[in-house]
Design a protein around this ligand. Structure first.
Ligand code: GRG
Length: 295
């Protein structure tokens, strides 16, 4: 069963990867460099968790994988932009991401800033060009994605994160920070797929709660991996949080308590959805799988 679900995850991730490759092409014009930088950071390396969640949301609503793909790819493009910008010297100043030099190292800072900007704009352009669902469902899903990525979502979390550097913050503020920085886009991934395919209100709140829990668990594990992971498997150097003076779940509670927190959150998330049909069972497996991830 577990192997089957892992296989499903890999297949969906592969579908998102292939679609991204098809959607974001290098153009043979004066600005070809920007497409190369976009593709450099976008393709080959990410887990595609957000894209897969978007497909899950669509299927939960009774929709098809193909209908979710423009939204799934858009969210992966937004995620890639956030990583490019997060790695810049003005932010976390990281040199390695997804096992290779970060965008500003492989190209230059100006190109990395622009590649991030281009991915963000391209994400919404892609939805408008490629969406196969109704205009009203497309708009509803876009609203969810823009909200998750924006000032009351990921950008808001990034602002809180930068503000909190080299200060000791409490667990309430840390949770809120990560709910926005990491959780908002993860939630938007699932909920935009659901909305794009016309999901009814009945399951909406449960799915949102599920996404919130796995988003937080995902971040707790990220904090643990930053001190205990394997650099090669992770594709980035360890101790980035320490380097940037960040408060994390690990600095606040230690590794063991953080592991327990991740397991509890994932268990709670799994119980919410496990009886919601085949797709619910997959989401329940995914919650547990993520709490034990190594990369
Ligand atoms: C610059 C607006 C802006 C936002 C940056 C996402 C983010 C906000 C910063 C990334 C910092 C970070 C490492 C956050 C921890 C959680 C996280 C988003 C990890 C990376 O996501 P994965 O593990 O990456 O899904 P892959 O490479 O698998 O796609």
């Amino acid at each position: 069963m577990k192997e089957d679900f892992l296989q499903v995850f890999k297949e969906r991730a592969g579908t998102v990867e292939t679609a991204l490759d098809g959607f974001v092409k290098v153009k043979d014009n004066y600005q070809s460099k920007i497409y190369e930088a976009m593709r450099y950071s976008l393709l080959g390396g990410g887990k595609r968790l957000r894209g897969v969640l978007c497909i899950c949301g669509a299927r939960m609503a009774g929709g098809k994988q193909e209908e979710a793909l423009p939204f799934a790819c858009a969210i992966e493009m937004i995620h890639a932009y956030s990583l490019i910008h997060d790695d810049l010297p003005a932010m976390d100043n990281d040199d390695i991401r997804r096992g290779k030099p970060t965008c500003h190292k492989a190209f230059d800072e100006a190109t990395a800033i622009l590649a991030g900007d281009a991915l963000l704009n391209g994400a919404f352009e892609l939805i408008m060009n490629e969406s196969r669902v109704s205009a009203s469902n497309t708009l509803a899903a876009m609203k969810i994605i823009a909200g998750g990525a924006g000032t009351e979502g990921m950008i808001g979390g990034q602002v809180m994160d930068i503000d909190a550097e080299h200060t000791q913050i409490g667990s309430e503020r840390l949770r809120q920070l990560h709910k926005l920085k990491t959780g908002a886009l993860i939630s938007a991934a699932l909920m935009s797929g659901y909305s794009a395919c016309g999901g009814d209100v009945k399951n909406e709140e449960t799915l949102r709660e599920y996404a919130e829990k796995i988003g937080l668990a995902f971040q707790v594990v990220d904090d643990i991996l930053d001190v205990q992971g394997d650099e090669k498997t992770l594709g980035k150097p360890l101790k980035s949080d320490e380097k940037n003076g960040k408060s994390t779940f690990v600095t606040l509670n230690g590794v063991e308590k953080s592991k327990m927190l991740a397991r509890t959150l994932s268990g709670e998330a799994a119980s919410l959805v496990k009886d919601m049909g085949e797709e619910g069972a997959f989401l329940a497996w995914l919650a547990e799988y993520l709490s034990d991830r190594k990369f």
